[in-house]
Write a protein of this length. Structure first.
Lengths: 111, 114
């Protein structure tokens, strides 16, 4: 069964450093998303991506964040200058319609 | 942001019995609802969904009920199995958003005891 994959599973970085989280969505899906879950809190929407451009972003997704689909398979989330409060699980998801399929997540720890 | 709320942080049931997980929403623009299951250190796994034009959808042991007038949905698992022990999230999608952002509830930890 096709699945969404994410790398790395765990990323530790120092405050102020740039990180890139990678995702390979399900191949025939058209919509791509990033969500995050801070420990003990809800899963929060960050951004959606369709037809090679951002279709929606939340208030969390400020200028420090960017997304890219550099080729036909990868979908990346870049955080330019990480802050302590960026520590969270980051989930990539993809969909054809409403049902979104999630990857296993990347645990980002900012020290 | 309290648009989707799961008021019970935890639920414990015996194997073989019914599990009922509840979810309330406030935004009347939501028109599609989904349930996800999540194990520790894994991503949410899609379980079942329902459109606002329906009041029930069934898939094997899982049934979702939607009461639009009460802005309430529930997930029934019958019979419950120990492998069902996980965190269950309800999520909603609204007509007004392109790209179909999901708005999640807080989750309910279900424990099924053998």
């Amino acid at each position: 069964e096709p699945e969404v994959t994410q790398t790395p599973s765990h990323q530790v970085t120092q405050m102020g450093q740039e990180v890139i989280l990678r995702c390979v969505p399900i191949s025939n899906h058209l919509y791509f998303y990033w969500y995050r879950q801070i420990l003990g809190q809800k899963v929060e929407f960050l951004v959606s991506f369709y037809n090679n451009e951002i279709s929606e972003k939340s208030e969390i997704f400020d200028d420090q964040f960017s997304v890219e689909r550099p080729d036909g398979s990868n979908f990346t989330l870049k955080i330019r200058s990480t802050k302590l409060e960026d520590s969270a699980m980051y989930f990539c998801a993809s969909s054809l319609f409403y049902e979104q399929y999630f990857g296993p997540g990347t645990r980002l720890t900012v020290t | 942001d309290q648009q989707v709320k799961q008021n019970s942080p935890s639920l414990s049931v015996q194997e073989g019995r019914i599990s009922i997980l509840n979810c309330d929403y406030t935004n009347s623009m939501f028109d599609y609802f989904l349930w996800y299951k999540k194990y520790p250190a894994e991503g949410p796994t899609f379980l079942i969904s329902i459109s606002s034009i329906k009041d029930k959808n069934e898939d094997g042991r899982f049934t979702v009920f939607l009461n639009k007038s009460a802005k309430h949905l529930s997930l029934h698992i019958v019979p419950s199995q120990p492998g069902d022990s996980a965190v269950y999230f309800c999520a909603a999608v609204g007509r007004e958003t392109s790209g179909s952002r999901l708005t999640f509830g807080e989750g309910t930890q279900l424990t099924v005891n053998p």
